[in-house]
Ligand binder design. Structure first.
Ligand code: BGC
Length: 768
């Protein structure tokens, strides 16, 4: 067995080599100047170059190869088949990264092979989907986005990084920054919703949360902005499906959150499964080389999505694996996640002249750079210390952060009959629905690191308040609960338990119904053609309501739902998403008024699936208004309203807010200042997300009827007021034209301010 000396030798040689590197007449290394100009660390750049110069072509390609965990590293070594081959590759230094290996002990064992048994001892970068937490889980990202609370979102990413980093992980495949307007798409749960402005702010917060100020700290990890690009625009809402987009939507809607992630310093990007305008994103050099690495100067690396290099064959773009590897490498995909095609073909492709070695060097340099930045060369085991792991995972600090995030993510959709907040004593409360007693579904779909059954259920959260009498009746269970990550959920039709639920409701003062979606109805591969509640839950809801109309519907779901009947009939509705480990505690605190709900929807809720894609920042069309009652020749449905059930930005509070005194001042070239006074006119103290929208009334490329351009979270005591001021500059007033060029055009703008996208407090101004 080779020893650690090997690694030390390789490393020392690399440093020695760089010490004798070229110097120019200023005495500095020529590369040092370039590196500094590009915001890179010259010291790291020197080390990367030196190490690169020692590597064989195969070793460089090895850095570009990523495998998923394939055996229990602390158990016997694999001796046959695919596993044995991967193990051989690992020992040869032909693997640069692994994913899905977690835990300090396992990662240490794996890292030891890379460091001690390979010729150059280059450490692995260990990736994992820490999407909304690792073992202690925050709300699904769509839920976090509903908080509009950037500090809390950043904090949530920060504790997720800390917990993951203590378990050997140094790279998360998050944030997902895909804008989507299609509630059918299962992965809307994983993004920040439909709006590029909010999405960009959240992308920044999450990247900063994961990466912190010092990537080499053992409590921060590298972020990965995904899926580049347009994965959130699959035709018909079906996952992995074709995206066909014009330049305006690409530049103004899809790309901004990616650009924000890059500006925030995201060290990696992941490309995507979909094709965009006929080119699979994985093989698209326009996206990866021209925009990302060119226009945006991204200097981290791009990983493919799982097997997406190979999938270019099924797309009808590459005739075989060798061609697929060639296309992907030439297009700027730096690392192959689980296609095995780089390791198999790249070396020959370089020898054939089909892929330039300079591309291999560039990809390897990018990957090594991030490894250096993470501090892996200084101490390959810094992320896998078992004592640290035991102290950090599940710590009080992390539980508190996810509870805080969970409370802030809840959105009050309706509150009539003054059902909420609940009084703390003397009530008979019936709690109904399988989701109320579920300790797994609240963990959401991306819970790979969390143990099933570790969430606080709604029932447990309610039981922590002792003043009321709680009767729990499950009612009919609508799904088979225990479901593997890759398997389709099966729905039950048995009505067993329905009558018991109805009689519990009859005897109660208030009924809390926990309904909506099981977590495994959402997420990757889980698109739906219907977005209502399943028939069994709907029947249960109606039967219970008929027995007792004092119903609070506690919804958990991962996508906007078309809940028209509930909206018309049920007096109180609380949107709680899949809220994570502290779910039950957070919901109970909101139900009892210990936290006054402040969330606002980050995605429009349709009335029916036929309205999808429905989003607030749509264009006007040439026929936006009904010319006279009953006339048909305008842009509408004959069987459905044009308006959504709940608009983007909407959410109630136990108190009420009033807006007045909207003023526009300081109007100048590409600028204006907007101010508005918001007053808490209700009986409770609360927080309001004050939202600012604009409309560029006439432009050389038509602009949306409204675009969010500012928001501020304002806490106000009952009776208190605050004047909020927003500055509009060329950053907010311009747009990308059909050539992808950013322009600001003189002319008139409307400005709207309020507590949702349907606010009608408006004014106008003109810039020259
Ligand atoms: C998903 C990615 C994820 C990767 C690794 C893919 O199927 O699309 O988002 O990061 O798997 O788990």
């Amino acid at each position: 067995m080779k020893t650690r000396l090997n690694y030390v030798w390789g490393y020392a040689l690399a440093v020695l080599f760089c010490a004798c590197g070229n110097t120019n007449d200023t005495g500095k290394s020529a590369d040092t100047n370039v590196a500094s100009q590009q915001g890179l660390n010259p010291d790291i750049e020197r080390k990367v170059d030196s190490l690169l110069s020692l590597m064989t072509l195969e070793e460089k390609i090895g850095q570009m190869n990523q495998y998923t965990g394939f055996w229990e590293v602390t158990g016997p070594t694999p001796s046959e088949g695919n596993q044995a081959l991967k193990y051989e590759h690992l020992k040869k230094g032909w693997v640069g990264s692994m994913l899905n290996v977690t835990g300090a002990k396992e990662v240490t064992a794996l890292q030891k092979i890379a460091v001690e048994e390979t010729r150059l001892g280059i450490p692995l970068i260990i990736g994992f989907d820490v999407v909304h937490g690792y073992k202690t889980v925050s709300p699904i990202p769509l839920g976090e986005a509903a908080s509009w609370d950037l500090e809390a979102i950043q904090r949530s990413a920060e504790v997720a990084a800390k917990e993951a980093a203590a378990s050997g992980i140094n790279w998360t495949f998050a944030p997902m920054v895909d804008i989507s307007r299609d509630a059918r798409w299962g992965r809307v749960m994983e993004g920040a919703g439909e709006d590029p402005f909010l999405g960009s702010k959240i992308a920044t917060a999450r990247v900063q949360g994961f990466q912190g100020n010092d990537l080499s700290s053992n409590s921060t990890i590298a972020a990965c902005a995904k899926h580049f690009a347009a994965y959130g625009f699959p035709e018909s809402g079906k996952d992995y499906n074709t995206a066909d987009l014009g330049t305006s939507t690409l530049y103004n809607v899809v790309l901004p959150p990616f650009k924000a992630a890059n500006d925030a310093g995201a060290r990696t990007f992941m490309n995507s499964f979909n094709e965009l305008n006929g080119i699979p994103a994985t093989g698209d050099s326009f996206l990866q080389r021209q925009i990302l690495k060119g226009d945006w100067n991204f200097n981290g690396f791009v990983v493919s999505d799982w097997g997406s290099i190979g999938e270019m064959i099924a797309h009808g773009y590459a005739k075989d694996g060798k061609v697929a590897a060639k296309i992907a490498a030439n297009a700027g995909s730096d690392m192959d996640m689980e296609s095995h095609l780089y390791v198999e073909h790249l070396s020959q492709l370089v020898k054939d002249g089909a892929v330039k070695e300079a591309y291999i060097d560039d990809a390897t340099r990018r990957i090594l750079r991030v490894k250096y930045e993470l501090g892996l060369f200084e101490d390959p085991y810094k992320y896998s210390n078992e004592t640290n792991e035991a102290n950090v995972v599940g710590s009080t600090e992390i539980q508190e952060a996810v509870l805080d995030m969970a409370k802030k993510s809840i959105v009050l959709l309706k509150n009539e009959k003054q059902l909420l907040p609940l009084q703390k004593e003397g009530l008979n409360i019936a709690v109904i629905g399988a989701l109320a007693n579920d300790k797994t579904s609240p963990l959401g779909n991306w819970r790979l690191g969390a143990k099933n059954g570790t969430a606080v259920s709604l029932l447990e959260g309610l039981q922590a308040y002792e003043g009321n009498t709680i009767t729990y009746v499950q009612g009919p269970n609508f799904v088979e609960n225990d479901i593997a990550f890759s398997r389709q959920l099966e729905f039950n039709t048995s009505k067993k338990g329905l009558e018991e639920a109805v009689s519990a409701a009859k005897n109660a003062d208030v009924v809390l119904m926990a309904l909506g979606e099981h977590a495994m109805q959402t997420g990757e591969g889980r698109s739906q053609a219907n977005i209502e509640m399943d028939p069994l839950q709907q029947e249960l809801l109606e039967a219970v309501y008929n027995a007792n109309s004092n119903v609070v519907l506690v919804l958990s779901n991962g996508r906007p739902l078309a809940i028209n009947w509930a909206n018309e009939n049920i007096p109180a509705i609380l949107e709680t998403w899949h809220l994570g480990t502290q779910s039950g505690n957070a919901i109970a605190q909101v139900l009892y008024g210990d936290y006054n709900p402040s969330g606002k929807l980050p995605m429009t809720f349709p009335r029916s699936v036929g309205q999808v894609p429905i989003y607030y920042n749509h264009k006007s069309s040439g026929r936006p208004n009904e010319p006279s009652p009953g006339e048909v020749f305008w842009s509408h449905y004959t069987d459905e309203s044009n308006t959504p059930l709940y608009p983007f930005g909407y959410g109630l509070s136990y108190t009420s807010f009033e807006y007045n005194n909207l003023q526009v001042s300081n109007i100048g070239k590409n600028r204006a200042t907007i101010s508005v006074t918001v007053t808490n006119t209700g009986a409770y103290s609360g927080k309001e997300v004050v939202q600012l929208y604009i409309q560029d009334i006439f432009a050389s490329v038509t602009r949306p009827v409204k675009e969010l351009k500012g928001f501020e979270m304002v806490p106000l005591e009952s009776g208190a007021s605050k004047t909020v001021t927003f500055s509009l500059t060329e950053k907010e007033l311009g747009f990308y034209d059909n050539q992808g060029k950013y322009i600001v055009e003189p002319g008139g703008f409307k400005v709207f301010v309020g507590g949702s996208s349907t606010t009608d407090l408006e004014s106008k101004f003109t810039i020259n």
